[in-house]
Design a protein around this ligand. Structure first.
Ligand code: ASP
Ligand code: MG
Length: 447
């Protein structure tokens, strides 16, 4: 079916369902902040109760800062730098408190299940790691989502909101690029569709599953990259042809700037996939950048709503571009460093130079946020935290003069005009600037 046909069919199918009061298939995603303590879990249940007639696939992240805690556990395990067992104990205590609050004296079943999980993790601390750090990362850090979903599902069942638990490690098929696994779409579709159908046929309208994790053909656990649970929700929606996806967040929706850096932010009520992909690409942190493409492909609208105010409207990302240019959006990246490389022999920067510079950056996992070249130099900006400048200088010192400038900030303005440029450049010196018709990008120093 052509794209357009499919699009029309989808819209009319959804309208029909709404008219006939038919049940919809919705995919929800709840991030770490929305399950950070017992009250937050109760709030998730309240939100789910608002959709009594729909089939819900609920994708959940690890509770609060659990993923960070698991990263610390992994580190202690890997280089024996810390007390791995103690860190496991602390993480267990954090979850135990939530369980006690949620279940009181009837916590036995879920406690036993988690006891087993945490015992396995503590046991792991005493074993020798394999020789692959990234592999070990996925085996350990993936557990946060397993634990959170077990707790939420047990809680829902305890309040008679019956639900089933779907193990994403069995249905989300990936390759073995540890920590950044790529989805095997066909295999994922087969597995997800079969298991979801099976669960829904048991009269459980709510299916709880994990964000962030998948499995290789050999059955090893993989992860999809930090903050990857949004993407998991999009994967479920894509393969199931869901009617819509909602990401429940602690912000009212998609704002035109991060309130951390900007006063008077404006809610973007309705924007296009195209625009949202641009914003995510330039670093808007509300949604994980890989989330949007699959939804765009199938024209599945993505709602971003507040879990604090679930009845408020929030934002919707959909296909129409009519509202896109009405409000300028700002994306700030702080703590940037600008690096410039110029060939020592005063030669021009040509493909050969770019090839060796890019190869180095790729091998070191350094992501450039903006780049520019002139006849005699190549410059790029990246997060200060991802680069070891001394190492870069040592690597290139034979053939390049390396200069750098920090701390800088990089701001991207979509739909800019003179006033918006002025607003962000006050008291700043602009060091590098790029403009296209829709987007201005400025690297600036405080003065
Ligand atoms: N728990 C994972 C993380 O914190 C995945 C996610 O929350 O989206 O990165
Ligand atoms: Mg998280």
């Amino acid at each position: 079916m052509g794209y357009f046909r499919r699009f029309i069919t989808k819209i009319s199918r959804k309208a029909e369902k709404v008219n006939k009061n038919q049940s919809m298939l919705r995919v929800f995603k709840f991030g770490g902040a929305s399950v950070k303590d017992a009250d937050a879990v109760r709030n998730v249940a309240d939100i789910l109760k608002r959709f009594p007639n729909d089939d819900l696939i609920v994708v959940i992240s690890a509770m609060g800062k659990t993923t960070n805690a698991l990263e610390a556990i992994l580190q202690a395990y890997w280089d024996k730098s810390g007390d791995c067992k103690k860190l496991v104990e602390n993480l267990k205590a954090f979850h135990r408190d939530i369980i006690t609050d949620l279940f009181g004296s009837s916590s036995e079943y879920i406690s036993t299940e988690l006891e087993i999980l945490f015992n396995e993790l503590a046991e792991k601390c005493t074993a020798e790691p394999s020789d692959n750090y990234h592999f070990e990362y996925d085996q350990i850090v993936s557990l946060g989502e397993v634990i959170s979903t077990k707790i939420v599902q047990a809680y829902l069942n305890s309040i008679e909101l019956s639900s089933s638990w779907l193990d994403a490690r069995k249905v989300i098929a990936t390759n073995d690029k540890w920590r950044e696994a790529r989805i095997e779409w066909d295999s994922t579709k087969g597995k997800v569709v079969t298991s979801v159908k099976n669960e829904l046929s048991k009269d459980n309208r709510i299916i709880i599953s994990q964000g962030f994790i998948g499995h290789t053909p050999e059955g090893f656990t993989t992860t999809l990259g930090r903050e990857g649970s949004d993407f998991s929700a999009a994967i479920f929606a894509y393969v199931l042809d869901a009617d819509e996806v909602t990401i429940w967040k602690d912000v009212p929706g998609m704002l035109n700037a991060d309130p951390k850096w900007f006063d008077n932010t404006i809610l973007l009520e309705k924007i296009s996939f195209r625009e949202a992909i641009e914003l995510a690409y330039f670093g808007a942190s509300v949604i994980h950048p890989r989330t949007l493409q699959p939804l765009k492909r199938k024209n599945i609208p993505l709602y971003i709503k507040s879990f604090v105010n679930p009845e408020s409207k929030g934002s919707v990302i959909q296909s129409s571009e009519e509202n896109d240019s009405k409000i300028p959006s700002f994306i700030f990246k702080m703590d940037q460093v600008l690096i410039s490389l110029s060939p020592i022999d005063f030669s021009f920067v040509v493909e050969e130079n770019l090839e060796e510079i890019f190869a180095y950056l790729n091998q070191e996992g350094i992501r450039m946020n903006i780049m520019q070249n002139s006849a005699v130099s190549f410059s790029f900006c990246c997060d200060k935290s991802v680069i070891d400048i001394d190492r870069l200088i040592t690597h290139f010192k034979e053939s390049y003069i390396v200069k750098y400038n920090e701390p800088l900030e990089l701001v991207t303005i979509r739909h800019y005009d003179d006033a918006t440029i002025k607003r962000v450049t006050t008291d700043k010196r602009v060091i590098l600037e790029q403009r296209t018709r829709e987007t201005a990008r400025l690297v600036m120093l405080n003065i």
